[in-house]
Write a protein that binds this ligand. Sequence first.
Ligand SMILES: Cc1cc2nc3c(=O)[nH]c(=O)nc-3n(C[C@H](O)[C@H](O)[C@H](O)COP(=O)(O)OP(=O)(O)OC[C@H]3O[C@@H](n4cnc5c(N)ncnc54)[C@H](O)[C@@H]3O)c2cc1C
Length: 455
Amino acid sequence: MFRRVAIIGGGAAAATLLGELLERQPAQPLHLDWYTGAAAAPARGVAYGTTSDRHLLNVRAASMSMFTGKPRGFLDFVQRDDPAIAGTDFLPRRRYGDYLEAEVARALEHGKAHGHDVNVIPFAIDALVPENDGVTLIHGEESHRADAAVLALGALPPQPLPGVSSAAIESARYVMDPWQLLAGAADLHPPPRKVAVIGLGLTAVDVLLELAAQWPQTEFVAVSRHGLLPEAHLHKAAAPADDSAELIASMHDAPEIHRWLHLLREACSQETDWRPVIDSLRPHTTSLWQELPLEQRARFLRHARWAWERVRHRMPPQVLDSITALERSGQLQRQCGRVQSVELVNEALQLTLVHAGETRTLGADLVIQTVGLDTDVRRTRHRLVQQLQTNAHITADPLGLGAQADATGHLRHGDSSWPNLFAIGSLLRGTLWESTAMPEIRQQARNLADRLLGD
Ligand SMILES: Cc1cc2nc3c(=O)[nH]c(=O)nc-3n(C[C@H](O)[C@H](O)[C@H](O)COP(=O)(O)OP(=O)(O)OC[C@H]3O[C@@H](n4cnc5c(N)ncnc54)[C@H](O)[C@@H]3O)c2cc1C
């Protein structure tokens, strides 16, 4: 058992692990140091720090508990205020942030009452040195020891797409952190006349809905290779297909992307709706991913990732209605194209797009990059991750999907694993593939708590 544990990260993954640890009754009291970084509201992190009611959870309320042992946790929390809320509803992410904060407050109280020593430290860890008998953590001039440390850092800071000029970045017209922009959008006078959004995933949809409401005169163009929005959930929840055993067995038999796509298309064509087939894969995604040879994983990332993300990470139906209304009003246009370059030209930005062998340009006053979570440890500017990588304390996933680890989150260095350095969440994408949403994170938190406490 590790008695003194440092948790690094201010988001939902760190909060869930803290809750799991404090819920147990270990043989001896714990000493937990929770380094929450610069997070204004620890636990909410990036996803649940939004104050906008336009930003909805993309998972139904009944599936959003923080804890595997209390599956109704979030639903019970919201129903206390409003018993009419149903488990199938898609609620504002802001409410989920309220729930996270309430659970953390409860866990801290419970921990104190049971003799645990818990410190919430509002600093980022700048560097970390793992050794066989413990970990040294450094922030600023100070260093601290722990028996074990857990990296719960979320996604890494976004990097500009290749082809974006430094003049474009320095002009501040090229935005890589849309959440920071949204926080100050109401104060921007006058608003931009034309905005281009690169990427068409769930974050792009959130950004478009919020900015279109705040800047009603602004014209928006959203560009992605295929120009397609994420698929939407059905209004009515459908249970995952229960006869998928044959499909899963066939996929295990032939770990090859081309074959899997064929099997999936066939299975979907036999159903009235494809969603239950896709959802039935969720409990098996990690074991399937782990069977894929590296070259097949690379093939998946090159050819099938965009299609998988569209069907797997779906938007609530009411979000689809809002974005469709925006398109019908003419305020939003979608375009297909790969962004080849972004240049600063006469105080505005010019995007060069390539599609079907043709090149064209698009002008915009502001460009917002929303191209998915960055987990590429090899080229990150995240200070701590850079230090760990430079000092060979961690080993990058060869495909840019976080850091190498075993399935319980033990981080690897070279050919061995550290006994006392772990990760949870996005950094484990290369090992688990599905590793960013709450249903996966709560399971990881539970397993990790077992591991740390020697259960
Ligand atoms: C916009 C958005 C919407 C989403 N919606 C859903 C949803 O509806 N349902 C769902 O299940 N999942 C959703 N997700 C997935 C989401 O990633 C997880 O649910 C969860 O929020 C991940 O939490 P995290 O703690 O891993 O990461 P984060 O929330 O990113 O938190 C990481 C924190 O660690 C801090 N940190 C980084 N480095 C350091 C350091 N060196 N020292 C100290 N602190 C540090 C960061 O500042 C940050 O506050 C969404 C994600 C996004 C981005």
